[in-house]
Design a protein. Structure first.
Length: 314
């Protein structure tokens, strides 16, 4: 299998897995658990799972002082991104927050172009525009109400932190397995949340007291953490920061699918078109330079014709 294709598959798995974050987080919020505690157990359990896997496989835990410093920086960045995102859930719907979070591929592309002189192709620009347009269609405002400014600021900080994390993984000098890298990142995430909780009296660490709490915490540790982070590191190393980031469009898409299949939310033409635009954006990133501009133009014109046709519900 082609390395780029495999990297694309890994990026898709990482994005879909990360998109399941609200499932566990909101359930724990409803049980009275605060954001710091949710993240503390998420990171601690995830590090425990990966550490156990490394131990069973007899993998070395040894790292140099330089590597430890880089890993600490990555852990702080990811912890900051997760904390600000989870706090934003208190100010807006999780689906809306996950939608706004998607500005991080744009931030990644801009930083890579300005600071690392990465050439931005027409395909990349069109993919970003298609994905953002699709996600815009996935968002349905509540009677035109204005979004909470604090919530928006928190999500934007989360997006910036996540963008820097992706770039740092790609540009760092670390030469270790994805599992080992993720294990140490999660350890530093746990320490970061623990230290932060000491200075935040409203978000002190709480105990999980019921089996359902532990189930949701384990789900958060495995799916949007272990699976997502390991596959994201592999994807970044195989196809780069920008394509991996753009595939993050599947994160809010996952939230929509969960809403339709689990919470019986209505499936509308607006959602269908938004999903189609996001999928096209992801496919364009996968096929990359092999895409003919003429073929791309024909596809865009065809989509435009579909959007302008009157829709008759059955």
């Amino acid at each position: 299998m082609d390395a780029k294709f495999k990297g694309s598959i890994y990026g898709i798995i990482a994005a879909i897995s990360y998109g399941t974050n609200p499932l566990g987080a909101l359930s724990l919020y409803e049980a009275g658990i605060n954001a710091n505690s949710v993240l503390f157990y998420r990171f601690l359990l995830a590090a425990f799972f990966l550490g156990g896997l490394m131990f069973i496989q007899d993998k070395s835990f040894r790292v140099t002082r330089k590597e430890l410093g880089i890993l600490a920086g990555l852990g702080i960045l990811f912890a900051a991104s997760s904390l600000t995102l989870f706090l934003s859930f208190h100010y807006m719907d999780a689906g809306i927050a996950s939608t706004i979070l998607f500005v991080y591929p744009v931030i990644v592309t801009i930083i890579m172009a300005i600071f690392f002189k990465e050439k931005t192709s027409l395909i990349t620009v069109l993919s970003i525009l298609l994905a953002i347009g699709g996600i815009g269609l996935l968002y349905k405002g509540n009677n035109g109400s204005v979004l909470n400014a604090t919530g928006v600021l928190l999500v934007m900080l989360s997006s910036l932190s996540y963008a820097l994390y992706i770039i740092a993984v790609n540009k760092s000098s670390l030469r270790m397995s994805s599992i080992k890298l993720t294990f140490y990142v999660l350890l530093f995430c746990t320490l970061t949340i623990m230290v932060q909780s000491f200075f935040d009296s409203t978000n002190h660490l709480q105990l999980l007291t019921t089996s359902s709490m532990w189930i949701f915490a384990i789900m958060l540790a495995l799916v949007p953490t272990v699976i997502s982070l390991v596959f994201m590191v592999i994807a970044v190393r195989q196809i780069g920061s920008t394509p991996t980031a753009i595939m993050g469009a599947l994160e809010p898409l996952t939230a929509v699918v969960i809403g339709i299949t689990i919470f019986n939310e209505m499936f509308t033409l607006r959602l269908a078109v938004g999903i189609m635009m996001i999928l096209i954006a992801v496919i364009l990133i996968i096929i990359g330079k092999s895409t003919q501009i003429r073929t791309l133009t024909v596809a865009i014109i065809y989509i435009g014709q579909i959007l302008h046709k009157p829709w008759q519900p059955k």
